[in-house]
Design a protein around this ligand. Structure first.
Ligand code: NAP
Length: 259
């Protein structure tokens, strides 16, 4: 049985993780971490601590799952990794440098796994984008999320832009450099992430969607993925929890665990 601690257990994703973990036969939630604290009630009960430090004073999880906030995740991981607890991280906003630094401070045998997106569809969207990038000089990413998302652009959009930049090599578009000439409309071309314009839409009605639009002479290619429900992330989260116990160091991306 894999003993799991869930940081952000009272949040939107955290609640879905608790339900998914407790619904699986080979793992169980032994505690949660959330600033509101208290006890989880309902059919399965577990204590909720206000900090990871407090949780680790009382519990010995095999794995910490973190779906918190960009300004909280680094301190949570630092604490858990120092205790040799494997981490499965969905919280976006950490740079690759920070992730490497955190993984470097953990004892040998400890794994830090970060997935900018836990859905299989988004992983495939990034793979398809990687395949298309060398053939299309223009590429733009439009990501659409619910209005309460705190960070922009999304971690998936940043990762997609990085993958496109790596795959296209020296072939660069001229489009991203062309900022608007209209005063007051700065940003119309989006954020420039490694030479790829990224546009963020925040609106009710969305959970998480993304389009990657490629263009070349006389043609465009659009790749689109939609998550309509948070349950779409859960198979990936459970796969991460099952996989980190036998791995070590920093692993970025669900594709590392997909056959
Ligand atoms: P949310 O509903 O705001 O939940 C975050 C929870 O974390 C809240 O209950 C919050 O408490 C709690 N929290 C804040 N600081 C904490 C700390 N230091 N320790 C423990 N818990 C803490 O957000 P969400 O929609 O679930 O999203 C959470 C994160 O997951 C975001 O970064 C989002 O971008 C990311 N995400 C990733 C994926 C993926 O596939 N990788 C998918 C969806 C979402 P308070 O409300 O009291 O502050």
């Amino acid at each position: 049985m894999i003993n799991v601690a869930v940081a952000g257990c009272l949040g939107r994703m955290g609640q879905a993780v608790v339900e998914a973990v407790n619904g699986a036969e080979d793992m169980t939630v032994i505690c949660g971490i959330d600033p509101r604290g208290g006890d989880a009630t309902g059919s399965i009960e577990f204590p909720i601590y206000k900090t990871v430090k407090e949780a680790l004073e009382h519990q010995k999880p095999d794995c910490l799952v973190d779906f918190t906030q960009p300004d909280a995740v680094e301190a949570n991981l630092k604490e858990a990794l120092a205790h040799g607890v494997d981490c499965v991280v969905g919280t976006t906003g950490l740079s690759n440098d920070t992730l490497s630094e955190l993984a470097g401070c953990a004892p040998e045998g400890t794994c830090l796994f970060y997935a900018p997106n836990f859905t299989t569809g988004a992983v495939l969207m990034m793979e398809f984008a990687k395949a298309a990038a060398p053939y299309f000089p223009e590429a733009e990413v439009i990501e659409m999320h619910h209005e309460r998302k705190k960070d922009a652009p999304s971690g998936t959009a940043i990762r997609t832009a990085q993958i496109i930049a790596e795959a296209r090599g020296s072939q660069m578009t001229k489009a991203p450099g062309k900022e608007t000439e209209i005063a007051g409309c700065e940003g119309a071309r989006g954020a420039n992430v490694e030479g790829v314009p990224v546009h963020s839409v925040r609106s009710s009605g969305f959970v998480a969607s993304q389009e990657v639009i490629f263009g070349s002479l006389g043609q465009t290619l659009t790749i689109r993925h939609d998550s309509w429900d948070r349950s779409s992330y859960m198979p990936g989260v459970l796969l991460g929890i099952r996989s980190v116990g036998t791995r070590q160091g920093l692993i970025v991306g669900l594709e590392n665990f997909m056959d």
